[in-house]
Design a protein around this ligand. Structure first.
Ligand SMILES: [Fe+2]
Ligand SMILES: [Fe+2]
Length: 365
């Protein structure tokens, strides 16, 4: 087995990252170490069955083994977060689950004993001290971001916030490394558009983070890149303005027009280039490591799961990548014409590229 990638991202905070390129999971371990040497180990969102071998290996290296786990924080109950919980509680005799009551109501369906659960709402206050080490942590509700009972937690010693799925993202940065750059924004934006029900939930969660004594130095979400330093405020400012979930579907007429235009494009494309069309449809329907951005039945797009502009960009990128290069000018021209026919604005980042191919085609014709 290859060595599990472990990164120390803050004082005694370790990241165990899964290997997928499009969309991966981050599991974290925090070791609270008292001056007298007492150690309390907390793991955050311990991942899926697929992560278990890496998690076990990492825990062996960092704590001496899974049996040394004292606390398991669950930001919510999704299987990518909680699937290993039963196994951990069985192997770590001292371990207790820290989660909201809403999370517990669902996660206990794994057959977990009530006495191994500490409900966050039942604690004396949102800020608690770890017994025997004295470290302070604060729990922060992230109402509907993306689950009703979603929780975040902030560790004072390392200045790290663990926000669960909130502030997470798909991997659009590419390359190696673990820290977010400007290229990470697209993935964060898409992830929030898909999974956060409305912008009010985003505003509420960011407002709660703003009530901490300071903006954390590091944000360690369950998916995507680690945010460090100034980029945290930059991205939070943008998220405050971002339409997500139900906000996106509000302008139905625009949306329907785009769906019509994309289907018209596909229809003509099919009659002209049947083989390439079939390949493109396979790509558009493929969930890959994440999800599809369109609802498609047969060969027709029924709905968009992301904003109109993102959908056009994604649609064009997929088309461009999966058709033979020699027909690119022709198909570019068709795409531009069809969008123009429906009066649809092509996003700036792809407009110049598409038009360039289209012009080349005119020169050749
Ligand atoms: Fe989730
Ligand atoms: Fe998740």
């Amino acid at each position: 087995m290859s060595d599990t990638a472990i990164y120390e991202i803050g004082k005694e905070v370790y990241l165990i990252k899964s290997e997928e390129h499009d969309f991966h999971r981050n599991i974290y371990l925090k070791k609270f170490i008292a001056p007298d040497g007492t150690v309390k180990n907390m793991i955050f969102d311990p991942g899926t069955k697929l992560d278990l071998p890496n998690l076990l290996e990492a825990l062996k290296k960092l704590t001496g083994g899974i049996q040394e786990v004292d606390f398991v924080f669950l930001s919510h109950q999704d299987p990518d977060v909680s699937a290993n919980i039963n196994m951990i509680l069985t192997t770590a005799p001292r371990a207790v689950v820290l989660a909201s009551l809403d999370t517990w109501r669902l996660v206990k369906m794994y057959g977990l004993p009530e006495k191994r659960f500490w409900g966050i709402e039942n604690l004396k206050s949102e800020t608690v001290k770890i017994k025997k080490t004295g470290h302070k942590i604060t729990f922060i509700p992230a109402l509907y971001a993306h689950f009703r009972g979603a929780m975040m937690v902030y560790d004072y010693e390392s200045d790290v916030l663990f926000p669960g799925d909130f502030l997470g993202g798909l991997n659009t940065r590419g390359g190696s490394g673990i820290y977010a750059t400007e290229e990470s924004w697209k993935g964060i934006s898409l992830f929030h558009q898909l999974y956060i029900p409305c912008n009010r939930a985003v505003q509420n969660a960011i407002g709660k983070i703003g009530m901490l004594p300071k903006i954390p130095e590091i944000v360690a979400p369950q998916h995507g890149d680690i945010l460090k330093g100034k980029i945290i405020e930059t991205f939070m400012d943008r998220l405050m303005q971002l339409d997500v979930g139900l906000d996106i579907s509000s302008d139905e007429s625009d949306r329907e027009l785009i769906i019509l235009a994309l289907n018209k494009f596909l229809e003509i494309f099919k009659t002209q280039q049947n083989e390439s069309f079939t390949r493109l449809m396979t790509e558009l329907k493929k969930p890959g490591e994440f999800t599809t951005f369109f609802t498609i039945s047969e060969d027709t797009i029924l709905n968009l799961k992301i904003s109109e502009q993102e959908a056009i960009s994604f649609f064009w990128e997929t088309t461009r990548k999966h058709i033979p290069q020699e027909i690119l000018p022709l198909i570019s021209a068709l795409f531009v014409d069809t969008m123009e026919e429906f009066g649809i604005h092509i996003p700036h980042d792809i407009a110049s590229q598409v038009k360039k191919y289209a012009v080349d085609e005119e020169l050749f014709s």
